[in-house]
Design a binder for this molecule. Structure first.
Ligand SMILES: Nc1ncnc2c1ncn2[C@@H]1O[C@H](COP(=O)(O)OP(=O)(O)OP(=O)(O)O)[C@@H](O)[C@H]1O
Ligand SMILES: [Mg+2]
Length: 325
């Protein structure tokens, strides 16, 4: 992780009129690593990626990719990047092969290179055998894999992937991430946005973005370890009433729905557990269990957002980009 960063973003500022969508962002991604960018809707994730690939201009800061300044050497930088936008457009009435051909033409990949590269990508993503299918006949997971192939056909050193697995079934998401992990082993630097915590856990570093800035950043392990509070999982019915009462207790910093439980962030778990049981019981809420759990990335992120008033505590999934498990 000590290699010089392939992506080096310093003080990036992007404004749309009066709105500052990216507000002085610093970001570094090393070769052979995956950086996960998380954040609620409108945090500025897509805008950041679009600035990095040069598809929109920006008002401040510098972006350097493999030592090349984006603004001075835009074309050179673009050639190093594979960019999969949030709504990636494959050609639905072209076959898989034809889609790949199209992108190979676009990136001016030589005949020889594509003859070597395309079958490898198809095998790698386990799409081989489907070459003559039309893109529109593919499942959601296969479409995303084909989209990934099309941005890999020119051997980019940098991948920018904007929610590449949102809405894809869990098995396909897993396969998709196995491909990303293999690309990382080949030395590709990957910057990926995701609403899924299990994917964030697979990243070497993660950054939590809100209102155009990074709120917290580090390895998943660092973020969990540096969390200064403790987490209790409260199982109680009715659930929504329990959350509301918990949120009002002085010992509780945040109370967020998490599946069928309420996760509460507290300073002193023993004292808080006693207070929680007593207060809920007193107000007619049935308490099944109160148990300390290790803080997960989701607890860390949601606490950051909720405690700063940047998300509603309606649940961790809603608090981030609206994804689920
Ligand atoms: N072309 C545009 N013109 C004006 N405002 C824009 C434009 N694109 C994005 N924005 C605004 O910039 C902010 C950041 O948007 P962006 O799409 O980067 O967020 P995001 O983090 O990708 O959100 P999501 O999780 O919903 O994809 C939002 O307030 C959005 O409304
Ligand atoms: Mg987006």
């Amino acid at each position: 992780m000590n290699a010089p960063p392939v992506i080096d973003v310093q003080g990036l500022v992007k404004r749309y009129g009066k709105l500052t969508a990216v507000d002085g962002l610093d970001l570094r991604v090393s070769p052979g690593s995956i950086y996960g960018l998380l954040g609620p809707d409108g945090a500025g994730k897509t805008t950041t990626l679009r600035c990095l690939v040069g598809s929109i201009g920006f008002q401040g800061g510098t972006v350097t990719v493999a030592g090349h300044d984006l603004q001075r050497e835009t074309e050179r930088v673009r050639a190093l990047i594979g960019y999969m936008p949030q709504r990636f457009a494959l050609y639905p009435d072209l076959t898989l092969d034809e889609n790949l051909e199209f992108f190979a033409d676009l990136y001016q990949v030589s005949r020889q290179d594509r003859a070597e590269r395309v079958p490898r990508l198809m095998a790698f993503t386990r799409l081989a055998g489907h070459n003559q299918k039309l893109a529109r006949q593919l499942s959601g997971g296969m479409k995303q894999k084909l989209a990934l192939c099309t941005v890999l056909v020119h051997r980019p050193r940098v991948l920018l992937l904007d929610e590449p697995s949102t809405g894809v079934d869990p098995v396909s998401r897993h396969e998709f991430w196995d491909i990303l992990l293999a690309l990382k082993q080949e030395g590709v630097a990957i910057l990926v946005t995701t609403p899924y915590m299990d994917e964030a856990e697979k990243c070497d570093r993660v950054g939590m973005m809100a209102r155009g800035r990074l709120l917290v950043e580090g390895t998943p392990e660092e973020l969990r370890r540096s969390f200064p509070y403790r987490v209790l999982a409260v199982t109680a019915r009715p659930l929504f009433q329990a959350r509301q009462i918990l949120a009002s207790l002085p010992a509780v910093r945040t109370a967020v729905l998490h599946g069928d439980d309420v996760h509460i962030v507290v300073q002193d778990p023993e004292q808080a557990a006693g207070e929680v049981r007593a207060q809920l019981a007193q107000r007619g809420v049935d308490v099944e269990d109160v148990q300390e759990i290790a803080a997960g990335l989701e607890d860390v992120f949601v606490h950051e957002l909720v405690s700063r008033g940047l998300a509603t505590p309606r649940g961790a999934k809603g608090g981030l980009a609206g994804g689920g498990h």
